[in-house]
Design a protein around this ligand. Structure first.
Ligand code: NI
Length: 141
């Protein structure tokens, strides 16, 4: 188990206007203090770096599609089998008579996860597709 890091304090200088905006941000996002908000913003930047540098990461792909589109369900299924090294879970919800919602959780190199999301989303009959980039949090204090 990793040793719990002790907290270090440091001073931050900021323009009045920027600090005012930061405090507004805290309020809007329900933060109780600046330190916790700042830590989360730093972590968020590190996660962006993780994705930009094609590191091992995790993401959730959300798809909305019309399952009556000929061949679509099979195509989406076979694509996920092509990426079986990355896909770790999926959930299917029948939204109405036509539409399905599928959430696919995948783990792997960032570029590979983007490729999977793009290929699924580009299929005819897929009305909405998005990739939410997360993190394994392995290297994230
Ligand atoms: Ni369905």
């Amino acid at each position: 188990m990793a040793k719990k890091e002790s907290l270090k304090r440091f001073g931050v200088s900021m323009e009045d206007e920027l600090l005012r905006k930061f405090d507004q941000y805290l309020e809007q996002h329900k933060y109780r203090n600046r330190s916790e908000a700042l830590r989360d913003l730093v972590r968020k930047s590190l996660v962006v770096e993780e994705w930009d540098h094609n590191r091992e990461t995790v993401g959730a792909i959300t798809l909305i599609y019309d399952h009556h589109t000929p061949g679509l369900s099979q195509k989406l299924n076979s694509l996920q089998h092509d990426f079986s090294g990355q896909v770790i879970a999926s959930t299917h919800v029948h939204l109405d008579h036509h539409h399905c919602l599928e959430v696919i959780v995948a783990r792997g190199k960032a570029r590979k996860l983007k490729e999977l999301a793009d290929r699924l989303t580009a299929q005819r009959g897929v009305k909405y597709g998005s990739l939410t980039g997360a993190t394994t949090a392995k290297d994230l204090p």
